[in-house]
Design a protein around this ligand. Structure first.
Ligand code: FNR
Length: 300
């Protein structure tokens, strides 16, 4: 996996499941992060081939719920993002998925993270990366980034906000630039990319060549298209279609649709109300005129 010149779908809890990742990739994302999954959850799973839909599932023993679903098609670009506070458990979890994903990323949020990164890096053959937020001062962030680089990670994603910042506060691209200037490994710049032109703007402002986008992709996954965004209604329908074909968890599909609708319209209107009332993918298939996709899925 290379980290230069990449457009990257950011990790998003309850959103970055298989259909959303495939959607982003179809529109041009080169690397697609999965939602953060806690190592505790993964180590309780069995790996299973789902022959009906052609996916690889990590299924929780006992409950049977799918914790992580992927497929061959995305193997070379999907990043498994993990939340962890323990190096040994993180390694166990990473080893379970390493043959099915392109890289493992650690969402940095715990003081033991350096030893976790070192342990993973020494024992894994696929790239290990890390994602951070900015610290209080730019100097602190640069120091943290340098320590992370020393663990041998392949790339570092930097979200240009600090912990107390709200999502609507502007991302500090200049502080990402300080990190880029201090490291030799690729840095993936993240924060406030809402249009295709913003990819170029953040690259120039930060001095890096790879960019990660979260909300801009959630609101319209075709943000990755060089020719400009497609109508969000079309993107939404394609998301519903993929959710049906990949038998996505209904709660995740509803949550993602609600987030999309909230941004463009309102949940008080008939569409939003109908999504909230939907109990299953077949309800959503009817709502969005995707009955054919559902029939195709059932007959598979
Ligand atoms: C996130 N973010 C996030 N970050 C992360 O490391 N792991 C995660 O699972 C999530 N989950 C998540 C869910 C949702 C709905 C949002 C909006 C964000 C943070 C995200 O990856 C990104 O760093 C920030 O949103 C900043 O990027 P944008 O939104 O300005 O492009």
């Amino acid at each position: 996996m290379e980290y230069e010149n990449k457009l990257v779908l950011a990790p998003m809890v309850r959103i970055g499941t298989l259909p959303f990742r495939l959607l982003a990739a179809e529109y041009g994302a080169d690397i697609t992060y999965g939602e953060e999954i806690i190592d505790h959850k993964l180590v309780k799973c069995d790996r299973r081939l789902n022959e009906k839909i052609g996916s690889i599932d990590f299924v929780e023993k006992g409950t049977g719920s799918v914790v992580f679903r992927t497929c061959d098609e995305e193997k070379d670009r999907v990043v498994f993002q993990m939340g962890t506070s323990d190096a040994v458990r993180a390694l166990t979890a990473a080893q379970m998925v390493c043959k099915d994903v392109a890289a493992v990323d650690i969402n940095m949020g715990c003081p033991k993270s350096f030893s976790i990164l070192t342990t993973l890096r020494r024992n894994m053959s696929i790239p290990v990366t890390c994602k951070i937020r900015l610290l209080k001062s730019s100097q602190d962030t640069v120091e943290l980034a340098r320590r992370i680089e020393k663990t041998g990670v392949s790339a570092l994603a930097v979200h240009g906000r600090k912990v107390p910042d709200r999502p609507r506060d502007p991302a500090k691209w200049s502080e990402i630039a300080d990190v880029v200037a201090s490291l030799s490994i690729p840095v993936i710049a993240n924060g406030d990319v809402f249009d295709y032109d913003d990819f170029q703007r953040i690259k120039v402002a930060t001095g890096t060549s790879s960019v990660m986008v979260a909300r801009g992709a959630l609101w319209n996954a075709s943000i990755f298209c060089p020719k400009g965004k497609l109508p969000w209604e079309d993107v939404k329908r394609e998301y519903v279609r993929k959710s049906i074909l990949w038998d996505n968890d209904i709660k995740s599909t509803k949550h993602t649709l609600k987030e999309m609708i909230l941004h463009h319209s309102s949940l008080e209107l008939p569409e939003g109300k109908a999504v909230i009332k939907s109990d299953s993918l077949v309800d959503l298939a009817r709502l969005y005129g995707e009955e054919k996709s559902y029939d195709f899925f059932v007959k598979k």
